[in-house]
Ligand binder design. Structure first.
Ligand code: GLV
Ligand code: MG
Length: 350
């Protein structure tokens, strides 16, 4: 019993006339996925200014869009996609969940109208590989029908208990997979977690230090509610060559906590996070772009071990083949950032 196609057919298009899937996720800088409500005319009018400031513009059709604005959001997204040249900035949409009354028309209308400009469809509430297979097949049919030259990728939101259980099967479901985002709000509800926050910590989730020998104050250390899920998601994504992201941080008034959450995700392996408010764009840029000191140290490792083997000491710290690979991760990202951001190119000395 097997659950995937024969290896030789893995990259065969799923419909006549559909383009071949990518062999690997295209290399792009995606530090922030910036959410835009496309039914809001005022915000739509500012998309032109937004495009050069962010790595990805996402038209959100799902949660936070009221039921009576779902069609307006879909039409608004088509309008904004048509109205602009996005250049190196990605164009994504978050469609409604597959069990909703809107998902089918979201997919049919958007791919027909602006499929050639669309990079990624973000699919919410993914429970298992069957959700990916359905969208994969449907997108292939539409790509064939509309003669699209390149495949539209799928990005899954990991935001249900069943989805977390199936995270590896979701990651391996299709070569159309781009990556995954952790959705802490829906996941908290699905799991029965006792928090009403959108991402971040909780003041009551932590450990109390043991009492000292003479008693006295016992410190309470807040812990990261999302560590387990993030780690599972990062491993599943990286094992299959996909990109992991942190999702939303809902308290726009707490920039420090947003930055801490984004940085935990970044250090853990994530390449970006969602930005729901303009003030979060700079936070994401700062966090997901690397500290220049880190880049400088990575350069010294690579210079000390030109062929990536052996051992070297730098400032008293042992380096070997593994730290050379760590340094390569840092330098590859720095190169990608430098290509997009002249200020940081100078700071990195690249
Ligand atoms: C995002 O969609 C979330 O539920 O956190
Ligand atoms: Mg959600």
């Amino acid at each position: 019993m097997t659950t995937s196609r024969a290896p030789a057919r893995h990259f065969a298009p799923l419909a006549i006339g559909a383009p071949e899937p990518f062999r690997q996720v295209p290399v792009r800088l995606e530090r922030m996925i910036h959410f835009v409500p496309p039914h809001n005319e005022k915000i739509r009018a500012r998309v032109g200014e937004l495009i050069p400031q962010v790595d990805v513009v996402l038209g959100n059709l799902e949660d936070a869009v009221p039921a009576d604005a779902k069609v307006a959001a879909r039409r608004g997204f088509i309008e904004l996609a048509r109205a602009h040249d996005f250049g190196p900035t990605g164009l994504w949409t978050r469609i409604n969940a597959l069990n909703s009354p809107w998902a089918l028309d979201d997919i049919l209308e958007i791919v027909a109208a602006v499929g050639a400009k669309l990079d990624v469809v973000m699919l919410p509430k993914v429970e298992g590989p069957w959700d990916i297979h359905y969208l994969d097949q449907l997108l292939a049919q539409l790509e064939g029908k509309h003669a699209l030259p390149r495949p539209i990728l799928i990005h899954a939101i990991l935001e249900t208990a069943e989805g977390v259980n199936n995270v590896e099967a979701i990651a391996r479901a299709s070569p159309r997979m781009h990556g995954m985002s952790l959705g802490p709000a829906d996941l908290a509800a699905s799991r029965g977690m006792k928090t009403t926050r959108v991402g971040g910590g909780h003041p009551s989730y932590g450990v109390l230090a043991d009492p000292g020998p003479g008693g006295g104050t016992r410190n309470f250390y807040q812990q990261d509610l999302w560590h387990y899920t993030l780690a599972r998601m990062v491993d599943a994504c990286m094992a299959f060559g996909l990109k992991p992201f942190y999702g939303p941080f809902g308290d726009f008034s707490d920039a420090a906590a947003c930055e801490a959450q984004f940085r935990n995700a970044f250090l853990h392996g994530c390449v970006g996070a969602w930005t729901l408010h303009p003030t979060q764009i700079d936070i994401a840029k700062r966090v997901f772009s690397l500290d220049p000191a880190e880049v400088a140290f990575a350069k010294r490792i690579v210079e000390a071990m030109p062929d990536g083997t052996g051992a070297a000491m730098i400032d008293g710290k042992m380096q070997d083949d593994a730290t050379w690979k760590q340094a390569k991760v840092i330098l590859d990202l720095a190169t990608l950032v430098a290509a997009r951001d002249p200020e940081r190119r100078a700071l990195y000395g690249l």
